[in-house]
Design a protein. Sequence first.
Length: 292
Amino acid sequence: MLTRSLLLFLLSLTAYLPAGAKNYIRYHQRSLVVQEQMLKGEHNKALELLHELEKRYGLMPTETFARALCQVAIGDTASARVSYLKSIEQRASLGWLFTSPPQYSTAADSLWYESVVAECEALWLSFPQFVDGPNPGMPTVVSHLNARHQFVIDSLGWFDPATQPEAQLAYDEVVEQHDQLLDSIISGKVPVPSIATYGVNLEFETFVIHCSSTLTKKTQKHFKRWLKQGLIYPRVYATCFDDLANEEGRPIPYGIFNGLRPEEFVPGHEKRRAAIGMGGDHMDKLRFHWGG
């Protein structure tokens, strides 16, 4: 949960963003306030803030799903059904319906939610199927490369690059393919795998880790622009910087990797996360229903 001082810091940051500009960092910062209000049981307040965000930005799938949870909490199940379906239409994870179900007071509540899940599953199955998607209905431009990268990584465990240099060459080839694709995305030849197109998609985050540190260092400004434009989630942006620091053996600025010791962080990483709208581990897990 956000500490009071960190929450005040986060709110103060948003005050300095231009009122007329659509900087989605502000959106992400305010979405953390929504999660804080939900934790406190202030679902009507959360709905008011979500309404403001929708008018200014349009909700992302994470917040459309949050709206459904708030509507269930206040007993507006008719609106909640619409929000659940809308979130799936925006490519929210179908698994969220199972990891974050509402609390049932009666058998009728349970039956109502079962009907919602059935409708959402039917909608999900109606999406076009793409052979390169990590999940049915979720096309991406990076799936094939990520799958090949993982295959090569698994294979390298069986070989010693010192005695079988072809293993390292295979790995270098995959990294080069990732770099070429990132170059194409930056130059506009391939579209950014954006939230609006692909919804909640961790494939791009995985892809960033597979690019070379040399290219990542040169392209960080593009990730900042994509974050401000609302094309990527803060976690993808943080991945870009954290992985580069990890490659160079420097302290980690945002701390998205699990199992880090305190001395491995750059001091002030919590405020740094708040500044991009990511929040701490607990809030990040709550927003994406990762068992926070």
